[in-house]
Design a protein around this ligand. Structure first.
Ligand SMILES: Cc1cc2nc3c(=O)[nH]c(=O)nc-3n(C[C@H](O)[C@H](O)[C@H](O)COP(=O)(O)OP(=O)(O)OC[C@H]3O[C@@H](n4cnc5c(N)ncnc54)[C@H](O)[C@@H]3O)c2cc1C
Length: 427
């Protein structure tokens, strides 16, 4: 049977040691079969186990093989769409619920790390950096909005103040969120998987779900086994392919790329990011970066619509890094990789149920580290019969991409080109 390893990344190279996990080769029975061992799947599994469900997780490759083991590691609160836009689309009551949940994912991560003693270099503090006056205005209104929903740990920064936390001359100001922060993303996923097993959950790797037999007693088939379950949670996100055609139709996998420098040494690292906060800029096609535990710069940016793997990642991302930090011109790049996130047309996550017993969450469109942890909790609540928060997400309106699966990539690229121009010329 095909064995899919991790892509070559800094995270795979610095992953905590874990025992090998078997592929499913049997017929097994469980309460909930979770498809995908990224944060959505693992968070769902953990909340369900903590509430007495029996859980079996099927992972096509390895724990954290997808975006959860490759991302920028930035704990960014809220969603990929502003809450006032959400409010205009869904009305005040639903917006209130969604707004209250906007900072919960970061809390869940910190609780998990503490409760299960997960070694993942957790650091507090995330900066949104404004390059234009318009972006700064937007941050100011964002702060007011978030405070309206009870999120008050935010500090606006002027040009002098932001220069104290990041040695980049591009920024005219920013906003610091001390409930944001950063983690080694693969080690977080591996720690969560170990927690799943410590609670009696079962995890199979190299076990892709290849078919779902729907009905009152659904069955998930893998190449060499099957799982009979009362419920199924589909958590394959951008790596799901066409397993569930209804989900593939309304979303689009997109690639984004990350590079990692050689270790910078304490002095240079502290000169760049003295407080060790993570940073993302406010462009539509944004750059994001932070220090690793061993003081490398991990820098990401760029989007490839349709998730084709670019030929030379370093050639695409290094110039962006040097634009922000020309002082790194002689620093070597040790790792470069790509990963896929799932874009929806509304840039809001898609959450719902197919029939009575197949649940899903996908498509957080960029910022997903916190949302996916929240999603696991909300899905587990729904399976326990408390669906108010699940419904707040499930009722969000969603649309298929114009042009269907054939034309969605050029249409989205056209949209991004337009927003790229807006970033560049500030209109
Ligand atoms: C390069 C990159 C950088 C990013 N940076 C950030 C960031 O800094 N901050 C942030 O908030 N967000 C970031 N994101 C987004 C964030 O990582 C994702 O939103 C989040 O990890 C998605 O988690 P997930 O569990 O839904 O999906 P994934 O982590 O992709 O997990 C899906 C899993 O399902 C498995 N799978 C798929 N199909 C099947 C099947 N048929 N059977 C069994 N298993 C299956 C896959 O192998 C995979 O392991 C980034 C994404 C990328 C790609």
């Amino acid at each position: 049977m095909a064995h899919t390893p991790y892509p070559e990344s800094y995270y795979a190279a610095s992953a905590n040691a874990v025992p090998p996990r078997p592929a499913l080769q049997d017929d097994v029975e469980t309460d909930v079969c979770v498809i995908g061992a990224g944060y959505t799947g693992l968070s769902s599994a953990l909340f369900l186990l903590e509430n007495g469900f029996r859980v079996t997780v099927l992972e096509a490759a390895k724990v954290g093989f997808g975006a959860s083991g490759r991302n920028g590691g930035q704990i960014v609160n809220s969603y990929s769409r502003d809450i006032d836009v959400i409010e205009r689309s869904v009305g005040p009551k639903q917006a209130q619920l969604l707004g209250q949940m906007a900072f919960e994912g970061g809390r869940i991560i910190r609780e998990r790390v503490a409760k299960y003693n997960i070694q993942c270099d957790l650091k507090d503090g995330g900066v949104f950096a404004a390059i234009t006056a318009k972006q700064m205005d937007h941050l100011e209104s964002q702060k007011r909005l978030w405070e309206r929903f009870g999120h008050t740990q935010l500090e606006l920064m002027d040009q002098r103040r932001i220069r104290e936390v990041v040695a980049c001359d591009q920024y005219i100001g920013g906003m610091l969120d001390m409930s944001g922060g950063h983690i080694h993303p693969l080690n977080l996923a591996l720690g969560e998987a170990a927690a799943v097993e410590s609670l009696g959950g079962t995890l199979y790797e190299q076990s892709p779900a290849v078919r779902i037999e729907r009905g009152a007693n659904p069955v998930v088939h893998t190449p060499q086994g099957k799982v009979r379950a009362k419920f199924i949670i589909v958590a394959g996100n951008a790596y799901l392919g066409n397993l569930v055609p209804e989900l593939a139709a309304k979303s689009m996998p997109c690639g984004t790329q990350v590079i990692t420098t050689e270790p910078l040494g304490e002095e240079l690292a502290r000169a760049l990011l003295p407080q060790d906060y993570c940073v993302e800029d406010c462009n539509y096609l944004l750059d994001y970066y932070r220090l690793s535990g061993d003081k490398r710069l991990i820098f990401g940016g760029g989007v490839v619509y349709g998730a084709r793997d670019p030929a030379n990642i370093e050639a695409i991302i290094r110039p962006k890094m040097l634009k922000a930090f020309p002082q790194l011109k002689d620093v070597k790049i040790d790792y470069a990789w790509t990963g896929n996130f799932l874009l929806t047309l509304s840039r809001l996550p898609q959450v719902g149920r197919l029939g009575d017993n197949i649940y899903y969450s996908q498509g957080c469109s960029g910022h997903g580290v916190t949302y996916t942890h929240l999603a696991g909790k909300v899905l587990a609540e729904a399976l326990r019969g408390q669906a108010e928060r699940f419904d707040a997400f499930a009722d969000l309106p969603h649309y298929p991409f114009p042009g269907g699966q054939m034309l969605r990539t050029p249409f989205a690229a056209l949209g991004a080109w337009y927003y790229g121009l807006r970033d560049k010329f500030g209109f």
